[in-house]
Design a protein around this ligand. Structure first.
Ligand code: FAD
Length: 474
């Protein structure tokens, strides 16, 4: 400890106030543990401040503008005007409400909050530097620590986020201006959500992707629906190309790309958004002082209780590996807190849903048919197209399908893949079914409200049983 430091002690020190960290802190305090949460930037982390929430707010505004302007077929004529500055103000209001709520909830549960940047000093001590010059240091001694420091956007050579025309997702979500022309590098979920959003807000969007389709990691028939709809919005996709450099300035830039064979292309734009992935933030924690070594990609390995190689140091959320999703971070945070309290908990990876908030959305959970077969199951699949669903027709939104994967013999649900409006909501039913060990018969026998998109889940389950009513059985 340095002279002049304040020294305090706590049962649980949580480093990072995102959905992994603040949830871990609240649960630890609920279990009666003295808990301190340290955050260097803004409570709510990437998710609430620069990720999930601002992106979904922009998506909603873009949908309102786009849907209102495209409803002639329904007899609605409108010519919406987007006031990007007012839209950004509204989005900021949503973010502020939620981040303020995180602080209030932490305090209401008795969590001590410290604004500052934490680093380890030894196995039971962390040093916290308060923001700004002369604001001092603090030393906290802890029984348990939870590392929840999240992730940051990956950059690529030649594209520095410090340069004005080069956007990370964080810059894109802080803008109060819609660029006329936007080049997006990367067609993963963040690239696709933001391409769709800016296209709906009126930008000319060009996507450059090294691989040969959008949304790598998702099955082709899911990503294909999303790509075709994005193409209908006017998004120009260029696959097999990597972004090499940008040139230009305030009046416009040119993004040059290359294929593997050295073929070059150039795209004019006002901004270039680089969305090629995210990397964990573990390099600023001085982990070496506690003898912890992240893997080559910077992630911390954990056991099923989220303990690192040190029994009393946990890692949760994006630092603990894929999938880098907010709800996974929170679920891991709860496990870490309960384990620190001595409870016999374990993290179960079987039913972590994932959603892509494109148009239409994708929602997946559990195993695909191929994964189920690889894991030794005898899978049976049921699928129903959205055009067989009454609510999808009344929404004028029938591209997509619901698919369920189950174990053939007893019918236990193993997974679901959905591409549909509100797929992010629909997938919750399948997640619950998997978590509870429900069978196709349970899902098919549960009476669903009519007319709803959720009836398609029932229909897919009936289809897997060869008993579909509104879909042709195999
Ligand atoms: P973070 O939310 O990154 O929080 C980590 C916190 O730790 C940060 O606040 C940081 O300031 C703080 N910190 C770091 N180092 C220190 C230190 N040394 N001392 C003190 N504090 C520190 N996920 C979804 O599930 N759904 C979505 O729709 C979704 N959309 C997204 C859209 C975008 C554009 C982006 C970028 C991400 C999106 N995500 C989404 C991913 C989601 O944001 C992350 O998975 C989630 O935020 C991870 O939570 P976390 O607690 O691990 O880390």
């Amino acid at each position: 400890m340095v002279m002049g430091d304040i020294a305090t002690g706590t049962d649980v020190l949580v480093i990072g106030g995102g959905p992994g960290g603040y949830v871990a802190a609240i649960r630890a305090a609920q279990r009666g543990l003295a808990t301190t949460l340290v955050e260097r930037d803004a409570y709510g982390g990437t998710c609430l401040n620069h990720g999930c929430i601002p992106s979904k707010a922009f998506i909603t505004a873009a949908d309102v503008a786009h849907d209102a302007g495209g409803a002639e077929e329904m007899g609605v004529h409108a010519d919406p005007v987007v006031d990007a500055s007012a839209m950004a103000d509204w989005k900021d209001g949503v973010v502020d409400e939620l981040t303020g709520g995180v602080e209030t909830l932490c305090e209401a549960n008795g969590v001590d909050l410290i604004d500052g940047t934490a680093a380890f000093e030894d196995e039971h001590t962390a040093r916290i530097a308060h923001g700004g010059e002369g604001q001092g240091m603090e030393t906290v001694e802890f029984e348990h620590a939870v590392v929840a420091t999240g992730s940051r956007p990956l950059s690529i050579p030649g594209f520095d986020f410090a340069d004005d025309p080069v956007w990370s997702s964080r810059n894109a979500l802080s803008t109060d201006d819609v660029p006329d022309r936007l080049v997006v590098v990367g067609a993963g979920y963040i690239g696709m959500e933001l391409s769709t959003t800016f296209a709906k807000l009126g930008a000319d969007v060009t996507v450059v992707e090294l691989l040969d389709d959008v949304l790598p990691g998702y099955e082709d028939d899911l990503s294909g629906v999303v790509r075709r709809r994005a193409e209908r919005l006017g998004i120009d996709f260029n696959f097999g190309e990597s972004a090499a450099e940008w040139t230009g300035g305030a009046d416009g830039i040119t993004v040059r790309t290359e294929t593997e064979d050295g073929e070059e292309s150039a795209y004019d734009a006002d901004r270039v958004l680089v969305a090629v992935g995210r990397e964990p933030v573990t390099d600023t924690l001085e982990l070496e002082s506690v003898g912890l070594t992240p893997d080559d990609d910077g992630f911390l390995a954990t056991d099923e209780q989220m303990r690192t190689a040190l029994d009393h140091v946990f890692a949760v959320g994006d630092v603990a590996g894929e999938p880098m999703l907010a709800h996974k971070a929170s679920a891991e945070g709860i496990v870490a807190a309960e384990a620190a309290a001595g409870e016999p908990v374990a993290f179960d990876h079987r039913a972590i849903p994932a959603a892509v908030f494109t148009d239409p959305e994708i929602g997946t959970v559990g195993l695909t048919e191929a994964e189920a077969a690889d894991q030794g199951f005898d899978p049976v699949v049921g699928e129903t197209p959205l055009r067989a669903n009454g609510r999808a027709l009344t929404l004028n939104d029938t591209d997509g399908f619901v698919r369920v994967v189950a174990e053939a013999d007893a019918g236990f649900l193993l997974g679901a893949q959905i591409v549909a409006p509100e797929a992010s909501e629909l997938v919750a039913e399948a997640a619950l079914a998997i978590e509870m060990g429900a069978t196709l018969e349970d899902v098919a026998g549960t009476v669903h409200t009519h007319p709803t998109l959720s009836e398609a889940v029932v229909e897919a389950a009936e289809h897997a049983r060869g008993e579909a009513i509104h879909t042709r059985n195999r």
